[in-house]
Design a protein around this ligand. Structure first.
Ligand SMILES: Cc1cc2nc3c(=O)[nH]c(=O)nc-3n(C[C@H](O)[C@H](O)[C@H](O)COP(=O)(O)O)c2cc1C
Length: 376
């Protein structure tokens, strides 16, 4: 399973794990893969605390940080600081949307009394909020990769990261987006199929991966979307990918911060229980279907706003449901991919990596047997 990219990054196996949980970052990198911390939910101060903790626990292993600068969002041309942008955008959130969201929560028994309409959240998914996160990440020498979701990172940011000796990666859902990344000198292109958890396009992985590999060759491509076994990694490498970029699986490990009740919900879900919905972030994002996603898709109800405005509405649901995660799954934000249908149990992170390596070896030996049988 070792590819050229492993040597460039100093890792044993090309298994990249996107996670919001620092314990998982450490466990993956210590097991020979590459943990990547999703920074979008952290303030710069919180991110600094997380990265210090990772540095203390990860030994000599490298890891990455993932930011979100979309190529299109409300207010992107405003050239404002994060605070100015937040108050400008706050005024654009219709009261109707806030009232609808609060009623939805109240109808599901989620306390909303202490939610303040004037404290709406602007997450780290604008250039203004992501830039300080990058500055912090670059102060940590074991961070050797910065990845960006939803667009090509700004040219000056790519240059700055390169000058610091790190690599830049970016996610894409089409060959055209992949080309833009390559032209901007993004080092590693992550091709995420529509079955993947979180923001995704419509094209499935088995169609997308080889298209992107061809489009940006010889630039390395990581295959994302629908990988939860070594068999699927073998398929990705067979199509020219240099590794697997995975997310959903890491919600189902012992080191994850998800509660046992959430993990039991994932274990019960089938691959048909997810939906691509704009109801939390304003852009299509794959998550568990629930009463919240259904309500925002029902004719006559308010339509989701764009990014980042919709999260200024749904952020209160996320905050409230985080307080009571086990009672609120029906209205909570549960990004996860169709691969959820494969999950049956919670495992240790190192067990998942060992299992994937074994499954990969099984898959490649099956191919060898087929070839040998055909040549007799
Ligand atoms: C809970 C969750 C949150 C995610 N958030 C982000 C994010 O903030 N930034 C990002 O680049 N990708 C995010 N993703 C997408 C992952 O990076 C990855 O591309 C995706 O999970 C791969 O598909 P899979 O879920 O089938 O493994 C998220 C995925 C999940 C499951």
């Amino acid at each position: 399973m070792h590819t050229a990219l492993c040597d460039q990054l100093g890792i044993d196996v090309p298994i990249f794990a996107f996670t919001h949980c620092r314990d998982v970052v450490v466990a993956v990198s210590r097991a020979g893969g590459f943990g990547v911390l999703g920074a979008v939910g952290f303030t710069p101060e919180q991110l600094e605390i997380e990265l210090n903790w990772i540095d203390e626990h990860i030994g000599d292993h490298p890891y990455g940080v993932d930011i979100v600068i979309p190529n299109k969002y409300e207010g992107m041309d405003a050239n404002m600081s994060a605070d100015e942008l937040k108050s400008t955008l706050n005024a654009l959130v219709p009261q109707e949307h806030l009232d609808f969201a609060k009623k939805l929560l109240a109808d599901h028994g989620v306390p909303t009394g202490d939610l303040d309409d004037n404290a709406l959240q602007l997450l780290g998914w604008t250039e203004a909020t992501a830039t300080p996160q990058v500055e912090i990440a670059l102060q940590h020498p074991k961070v050797t990769l910065i990845a960006n979701a939803l667009g090509t990172p700004p040219a000056d940011m790519i240059k700055h990261i390169h000058e610091s000796g790190r690599k830049v990666a970016a996610l894409c859902g089409s060959p055209a987006q992949a080309r833009k990344h390559a032209e901007a000198d993004v080092d590693i292109i992550i091709a995420q199929g529509g079955e993947g958890g979180g923001h995704c396009g419509e094209v499935g992985s088995i169609v997308l991966w080889p298209q992107v590999v061809k489009e940006v060759a010889p630039r390395p491509v990581l295959a994302a979307g629908g990988i939860g076994s070594g068999y699927q990694i073998a398929a990705a490498l067979a199509m020219g990918a240099q590794g697997a970029w995975t997310g959903s699986q890491w919600l189902m490990v012992e080191e994850a911060e998800n509660t046992p009740v959430q993990q039991a919900t994932y274990a019960k879900a089938t691959s048909r229980d997810t939906v691509r919905s704009r109801s939390f972030t304003g852009k299509p994002c794959r998550m568990l279907r629930n009463d919240w996603t259904d309500a925002w898709q029902t004719a006559g109800n308010p339509e989701p706003l764009g990014m980042p405005l919709q999260y200024m509405v749904s952020g209160m649901a996320v905050a409230a449901t985080h307080k009571y995660p086990d009672q609120t799954i029906d209205v909570a934000f549960n990004p996860i991919g169709q691969v959820v249908g494969q999950f049956t149990k919670v495992e240790k992170t190192s067990t998942v990596i060992e299992r994937w390596v074994q499954e990969y070896l099984e898959a490649t030996s099956t191919l060898n047997e087929i070839n040998e049988a055909a040549s007799v």
